[in-house]
Design a protein. Structure first.
Length: 418
């Protein structure tokens, strides 16, 4: 714990004690400030032309968290460090439920200390560490044996509500809760009204957004990502970078400044993106798979550059790779050689973690809570492929890597005795 605290302090000193300038962070701060000062939930600057996507792009959980900290960078950093430490100890607790061997704990601590994506997020004004703590806590609750099943379900439903209020990435799993309710009602003869609370939370947020924008949706980020990432990256894969840029330059992507324009934007972008993807499902599966592969191997490129307030590429690394623009990639590598050397070293550590993970498959299959949550977040992450999208299950991934490392070392110890 002492070593982890020293690393966190070092990161804060390196970053100058100031949160890096990240667009997502500014939107969270705008939401918090607008709620306090102007009583409006909006992720942009109300003194500028309205962007109707920003009324629903960010969910209320993290901005509300910022409000209670008076948007103080110092307080936010302390609480982010708290989320990181909580996740760290929850990971140890989960590991203890699976194995009693101290060597596994040592491997876990070592891997955690080099988990750049999580450590650097302490200085970021982002919801990822809070979500990581909630997801890890949810899995721990599911795995402990001395709590009744019904009580576990109620606790997990509560944690799910907190999670979806932090980030909409949990939204597709909403379908689970009605199924749980009807299963217990008609197969077990029990009423579990608490498991329907997540449904009501989503419906209330959707109704609020409909009032503001005329669109019943939980978050506009789903539409934004569908057009500007999922479909765009498929175009880059098929036709190259220029074609992808032309795609998002279509008039339908123009910033909507009123309800009528936003209605047209939402329906138009969804229709256009779905049509693009449906024309080449095989190509999209390749793009999505590449994103998953890159996310697992990414040692924290976004974090390494963001903490220095540098932009790693004018365009995304995924776009450059899909467009096979090796000259552009090479030029940016030579512009930031020191960071890329560090990146390369951490990349090899990421490769090692993937290898360790594959050696833990037996233990993962024996723990369905870990398996289901890992598969969900890895599958839902999409084609962008940044390490931060794995962060909600980052601790669970390291737990699995530790089990894999333990299995390898046990094998060599047994071999040496023979």
């Amino acid at each position: 714990m002492l070593l982890l605290s020293i690393i966190v302090v070092w990161i804060l000193i390196w970053s100058g004690g100031v949160s890096p300038k990240i667009n997502d962070s500014q939107e969270y701060l705008n939401c918090a400030n607008n709620m306090v000062q102007k009583h409006v939930f909006y992720a942009g600057d109300l003194d500028e032309a309205l962007d109707f996507r920003l009324f629903s792009k960010r969910t209320i959980g993290y901005p509300l968290h910022l409000v209670f900290q008076y948007s103080s960078v110092a307080l936010m950093t302390i609480t982010s460090g708290g989320f990181l430490l909580l996740s760290f100890f929850l990971g140890l607790a989960i590991l203890e439920l699976i194995t009693q061997k101290s060597l596994a704990y040592k491997i876990y601590v070592f891997l955690f200390l080099f988990n750049v994506s999580a450590l650097f997020h302490v200085s970021f004004i982002l919801a990822d560490l809070a979500l990581m703590a909630l997801v890890t806590l949810g899995v721990y609750v599911a795995m402990i044996r001395n709590i009744a099943v019904v009580r576990k379900i109620n606790l997990i439903a509560f944690l799910w509500c907190l999670g979806v209020l932090l980030k909409p990435v949990l939204l597709p799993s909403l379908v689970v809760w009605p199924l749980v309710f009807f299963y217990y009602r008609y197969r077990k003869g029990k009423w579990l009204p608490v498991v329907l609370v997540p449904v009501f939370v989503v419906l209330m947020v959707g109704a609020r957004n409909h009032q503001k924008t005329s669109q019943f949706e939980y978050s506009s980020i789903s539409t934004i990502n569908l057009g500007r990432y999922n479909a765009k990256l498929l175009i880059a894969h098929i036709h190259g970078y220029k074609a992808a840029q032309n795609y998002v330059s279509h008039p339908i992507f123009a910033i909507p400044t009123n309800k009528r324009e936003y209605k047209k934007y939402a329906s138009g972008v969804k229709s256009m993106a779905i049509q693009t993807i449906s024309k080449d499902w095989v190509g999209y599966i390749k793009v999505h798979s590449l994103g998953v592969f890159k996310m697992v191997l990414d040692p924290g490129r976004f974090e390494l550059f963001s903490i220095q307030n540098k932009s790693p590429l004018e365009v995304s690394l995924t776009e450059v790779l899909l467009a096979k623009d090796w000259i552009k990639l090479k030029s940016y590598i030579f512009e930031h050689p020191a960071v890329w050397v560090l990146f390369l070293g951490l990349f090899f550590l990421s490769v090692l973690k993937v290898i360790l993970f594959f050696f833990s498959t037996k233990q993962v299959l024996n723990n369905p809570a870990i398996l289901v949550v890992l598969l969900y977040f890895i599958g839902i992450a999409g084609p962008v492929g940044a390490a931060r999208f794995l962060l909600p299950v980052g601790v669970l991934f390291l737990v699995c890597c530790s089990l894999g490392g333990l299995r390898i070392l046990d094998f060599f110890q047994k071999s040496s005795k023979c």
